[in-house]
Design a protein around this ligand. Structure first.
Ligand code: FA5
Length: 350
């Protein structure tokens, strides 16, 4: 029987020498020390060995099993090491000490212009408020003196949710909430309401060089005793001269909005064509930028403010168009394009 042990050993040593992969090694392991393996069979044969030979046979088979297990473990480590070396050789060179090729991001031009406007108005004592993009019909229209079926709604068709709420078509949708938030301080402590609230607006709009279906506005309101159109003009002028830091031609013309009385359109001379007329200003030389007016008494009432005692102004600045004019962007759609070629050009310093 010890001859059989030697045969099994010899054949194993021969086989393991030619094993080249971990899979092949596993097959060899099963062939020799698996449940039905050659070494296992030798151990099973122990019971048929005459008693006087049992001890030496047992020692020989155990020694063989230990040797086989040891050699398999050794070979497995050797093969794994080789596999790792091969994988590493196939990997591209990677030097952790090489400086990263990181491009610095930049703020979106609308963010830049919004922050600038916020700073200007903060310095004039205005609070900066944020408001939801999803609003109720009451906030967007009813509270602004635009009842159901009013033709002014046609100009501001927007996206409606199944629950009847809608994506706000103008930042004026926050006016009612702002009045309600600050009215007690106005009435009880005599603190004027001074707030701006920038935000994203949505409209069902045929897009062109100066119209987008998603754009930004910045609403501003001031309510106190004896607020007049002169206050409105002062704040508009201050804001525009600070934003552009150069002389800008503006014009004020009558405009109709159900939530102001009187209402105005504040246009600026197109800075893309210098007032000559181009697609950015619909060939008129002027760009509608900031409608405004004196807050309608019904709107103050809806906000809990007595229009007999208080007056106020409101404006709705087109922030996206302001960014176009400030940075000379000819087509408004470039601002929503996400194109890095466009956006890379802007920095805080512009
Ligand atoms: C309004 O949205 C009024 N809520 C503004 C207002 C507020 C008037 C307070 C009086 C008092 P209008 O629809 O004109 O008005 O939009 C205001 C400004 O937003 C426009 O002058 C323009 O600069 C910008 N704007 C309007 N529609 C678009 C659009 N589709 N794409 C880009 N900018 C737009």
């Amino acid at each position: 029987m010890s001859q059989r042990t030697n045969e099994v050993r010899e054949s194993f040593l021969l086989a393991i020498a030619s094993v080249a992969t971990v899979d092949e090694l596993e097959k060899l392991r099963v062939e020799y020390i698996g449940k039905k393996g050659l070494v296992t069979d030798l151990m099973k044969a122990m019971k048929d060995i005459p008693n006087e030979e049992k001890k030496s046979f047992g020692q020989a088979v155990n020694a063989l099993k230990t040797e086989v297990e040891g050699l398999i473990t050794e070979k497995r480590e050797e093969l794994k090491k080789k596999e790792i070396e091969l994988e590493n050789a196939a990997m591209p060179e990677f030097d952790v000490s090489t400086p990263a090729d990181l491009k610095r991001g930049s703020y979106h031009p609308i963010t830049l212009v919004q922050r600038q406007c916020e700073d200007i108005f903060r310095s004039m004592g205005f609070a900066v408020e944020d408001y939801s993009e999803i609003v109720t019909d009451y906030e967007c229209f009813e509270a602004l003196n635009i009842p159901k079926d009013h033709p002014a709604r046609d100009m501001q068709d927007t996206y409606y949710l199944e629950n009847g709420q809608l994506l706000k078509s103008h930042t004026s949708a926050a006016q009612n909430a702002i009045y309600k938030k600050y009215k007690d301080a106005l009435i009880n402590e005599g603190k004027p309401i001074k707030a701006i609230f920038p935000g994203r607006c949505f409209r069902n709009e045929a897009t062109d060089a100066c119209h987008e279906n998603t754009f930004f506005q910045m609403e501003g309101v001031m309510v106190d005793k004896d607020i007049s159109i002169s206050n409105l003009i002062f704040f508009m002028k201050t804001m525009l001269s600070e934003v552009f830091r150069k002389d800008i031609k503006v014009r004020l013309r009558p405009g109709f909005f159900p939530f102001v009385e009187p209402g105005f359109e504040l246009d600026i001379s197109c800075l893309i064509c210098g007032g000559e007329g181009c697609p950015s200003c619909k060939h008129s030389g002027w760009l509608e930028l900031c409608p405004c007016g004196m807050i309608h008494p019904e709107v103050l009432k809806a906000g809990g403010i007595d229009p007999e005692e208080y007056t106020g102004f409101a404006f709705g600045l087109g922030l996206t168009r302001l960014a176009m004019m400030k940075y000379g962007v000819k087509d408004i759609r470039d601002l929503n394009s996400g194109s890095l070629k466009v956006l890379d050009q802007f920095t805080d310093d512009n």
